[in-house]
Design a protein around this ligand. Structure first.
Ligand code: FPP
Length: 243
């Protein structure tokens, strides 16, 4: 279905199906206020909850957020621990998903995280899997290159075990071995905080995504900024390589 066809159906505007956000700028937000970086992450986590709730309210189907990258382990241990604690608090508060009717899923290499977090993640995923509202994907210990290497390994195993033939490897099959199995590619990727790069986020999936950047730091990113991104998305003509 073409872009303009969809536009006519929805009358006022086209809602992207899937929005992905790089939640950047927590550290600078804290620094500007002479607060420790941890305070920036706490504010970022609160904002994440507000934005997820807003996305659910406006009927967005998929939201994916970058919470922790495979590279973020390089940060001081106290900062890493603080981010993991914010995540623990969020996961323990099951009503974040239940009352909101949000289905949560984690993408990334979860297996190396502390066992209590792994257990909380599994519980949250299972308990929310039948929710009919927003599908919220949280990228945790996620790296696009790591994800691709993983998918290469799985694909090689599938060939070696005879599950598929070498000649059957195609984009669709390969993508089914990514963490994002079953999730459509993001229509728009938002990066606040004045940085203009992807930082290893959804590098396979973003092949045809639109990008929207803003100088606002993540804790200051409000629903109005999300609306600006959706409005801008409506002005873009997506051709997917066609004419
Ligand atoms: C980038 O800002 C942000 C992170 C590396 C962490 C993002 C984490 C959260 C928003 C909390 C996650 C919590 C839940 C519940 C999902 P930065 O520290 O790189 O900012 P800077 O570039 O200004 O230093």
């Amino acid at each position: 279905m073409g872009f303009f066809q969809k536009k006519r159906e929805r009358k006022d505007r086209v809602m992207p199906r899937h929005i992905a956000i790089i939640m950047d700028g927590n550290g600078r937000w804290a620094k500007k206020r002479s607060l420790p970086r941890s305070a920036g992450h706490s504010a970022g986590a609160r904002n994440f909850k507000d934005i997820a709730r807003y996305c659910n309210k406006i009927g967005l189907e998929y939201l994916t957020v970058y919470a922790f990258s495979t590279e973020n382990w390089k940060r001081p241990k106290a900062e890493v621990d603080h981010i993991l604690n914010l995540l623990r608090d969020y996961l323990k508060d099951a009503k974040n998903f239940k009352d909101e009717n949000i289905a949560v899923k984690f993408i990334g290499n979860i297996s190396v995280l502390p066992q209590d977090i792994i257990d909380l993640i599994k519980d949250a995923e299972i308990n929310s899997q039948n929710a009919t509202g927003l599908k919220l994907n949280i990228a945790l210990n996620y790296g696009g290159r790591d994800e691709i290497i993983n998918a290469v390994k799985k694909t090689v195993e599938d060939v070696q075990s005879g599950k598929i033939a070498y000649s059957d490897i195609n984009e669709e099959y390969f993508a089914s071995n990514l963490y994002t199995l079953g999730i459509p590619d993001p229509d728009i990727i938002i990066r606040p905080s004045g940085e203009y790069r992807l930082s290893n986020f959804l590098i396979w999936q973003s092949a045809y995504s639109e990008f929207w950047f803003s100088n606002v730091l993540w804790p200051d990113f409000k629903p109005k900024h999300l609306e600006m991104a959706i409005d801008e998305y409506n002005k873009r003509e997506r051709r997917f390589g066609g004419i």
